[in-house]
Ligand binder design. Structure first.
Ligand code: ATP
Length: 234
């Protein structure tokens, strides 16, 4: 289980997250909703060790990780797929995927995971030798997700994976994420598509100005009038 207790995080003199507490149960899909600038990216960077907490604790499977280095956090089982994909456009799809392999991972297991990723995204198998930059936006997002999966995580953090994609492609990407979760991997997801992401999630949190303002089962959030007004246009 991932558990954040009362964490505060900031840049320079100002805090961006103010006493945030969040849990993600093993194997569950947890969604974080929030307007631009509410602190979702800051939250994810803090979990994966790229930013330091100013106060509060973060535990993963019972071990404190708020002072742990990013590469050790990957080793503990948390993979972070950042906003904006960050692929190497001239490198092949397969090479981009292999970059996500944790360096000391067993070789047979690496090949096994690569096959699992290509099974999950068959189009990437077809295009494995092509430069990643030649793929469509949705396919590039699949490479970014696949690369994160290559570290064999128990928790996959996805920061706005559907950003900039056409509605039909958004649906496909979210369906792949639901499939990853059904395969037993916990997912922590931030999304602008509140309805579609809550529909595949177990639990959700709403962040506003760096604070958790709502936390509930995903189904209940879908019915919540505040969520409906702010995110579902109802
Ligand atoms: P978005 O959907 O736009 O990515 P977000 O919810 O992920 O938004 P963050 O990117 O975490 O939000 O930003 C939260 C706040 O922190 C914003 O006010 C932002 O301007 C500020 N911020 C983000 N990165 C930095 C930085 N490197 N230095 C200073 N302030 C930052």
């Amino acid at each position: 289980m991932l558990s954040l207790e009362n964490i505060s995080v900031g840049y320079d003199a100002t805090d961006v997250l103010h006493g945030v507490s969040i849990t993600a149960q093993p194997g569950e899909l947890t969604v974080i909703l929030g307007a631009n600038g509410s602190g979702k990216t800051t939250l994810f960077k803090t979990i994966s060790g790229l930013l330091r907490t100013r106060s509060g604790t973060i535990e993963y499977n019972g071990h404190p990780i708020q002072r742990t280095r990013p590469n050790t956090i990957v080793k503990r089982g948390i993979a972070h797929c950042p906003e904006g994909r960050h692929l190497f456009g001239k490198m092949s799809v397969e090479k981009n995927l292999r970059l996500g392999t944790y360096p000391h991972r067993d070789r047979t297991r690496t090949e096994e995971i690569l096959n699992e990723v290509l099974e999950l995204f068959p189009i990437l198998k077809e295009k494995s030798a092509q430069p990643a930059g030649s793929l469509s936006g949705g396919q590039q997002q699949m490479v970014a997700i696949g690369r994160a999966l290559m570290s064999d995580p128990s928790l996959l953090i996805l920061d706005e994976p559907s950003m900039g994609l056409a509605p039909l492609v958004v649906e496909q990407v979210l369906e792949s994420i639901a499939q990853i979760n059904r395969n037993g991997i916990g997912v922590l997801l931030s999304e602008q598509n509140a309805k579609a992401s809550l529909a595949i999630a177990h639990r959700g949190y709403v962040l506003a100005e760096g604070r958790v303002v709502l936390a509930d089962d995903a189904e209940k959030l879908l019915d919540n009038p505040q969520v409906q007004a702010a995110y579902l246009g109802l």
